[in-house]
Write a protein that binds this ligand. Structure first.
Ligand code: HEC
Length: 156
């Protein structure tokens, strides 16, 4: 308690000195009426499946099949899907969606970082790298859900 009382004038000084800076520009009128849930179910999830489903090994009764993009169009589809997810990372950081929560923004930034590596792997047409960076992208999804998706966070 003693410490807090001592800090009070200091905080006042800091706040006052900051107010001399120019005000932040006003936000453009973003439409954030699409909920995070709808963004996840309709954009993020189906698009991430395009990345995860593009490479890997499938074992069936008929034999073992290696998945990999073969044409320019197929490789570009992987890249385009990763670009979409990267940009959703930005959409998640809009204040109306983030609520200004630093950890939320950090999780969205991590999704962007990992997705950028998927884009680079697709540009190099490196299927193993797409597989590995895709797995890191998956971790970025899970790390946010563990913290912020009520269905997962509150599941005990
Ligand atoms: C910055 C945080 C964050 C990141 C990163 C994130 N999600 Fe989510 N996701 C959420 C939240 C929050 C919810 C719960 C929304 C709700 O129920 O209101 C959710 C829910 C979902 C759902 C359930 C949707 C439904 O219909 O209930 C799916 C599927 C999903 N996310 C997929 C993904 C995938 C795939 C990724 C990675 C490519 C990802 N998410 C990355 C925050 C995130």
């Amino acid at each position: 308690m003693r410490i807090r009382l001592w800090l009070a004038p200091l905080i006042l000084i800091i706040t006052t000195s900051c107010s001399s800076q120019p005000p932040a520009p006003a936000m453009p009128p973003f439409d954030t009426s699409i909920s995070v849930k709808d963004l996840m179910a309709n954009v993020v999830d189906p698009t991430a499946d395009e990345v995860w489903g593009s490479v890997g090994t499938i074992y069936t009764k008929e034999g073992v099949f290696e998945l990999e993009p073969k044409t320019d169009e197929e490789w570009n589809h992987v890249k385009a899907s990763a670009i979409t997810i990267l940009e959703v990372g930005n959409l998640l950081m809009l204040p109306a969606r983030s609520g200004g929560n630093d950890e939320w923004n950090q999780r969205a930034l991590d999704l962007i970082t990992q997705t950028k590596r998927v884009i680079q792997a697709a540009e190099k047409r490196d299927k193993e790298a797409v597989f590995n960076t895709g797995a890191d992208m998956y971790d970025a999804c899970v790390n946010c859900h563990k913290r912020f998706d009520p269905a997962i966070r509150d599941a005990k």
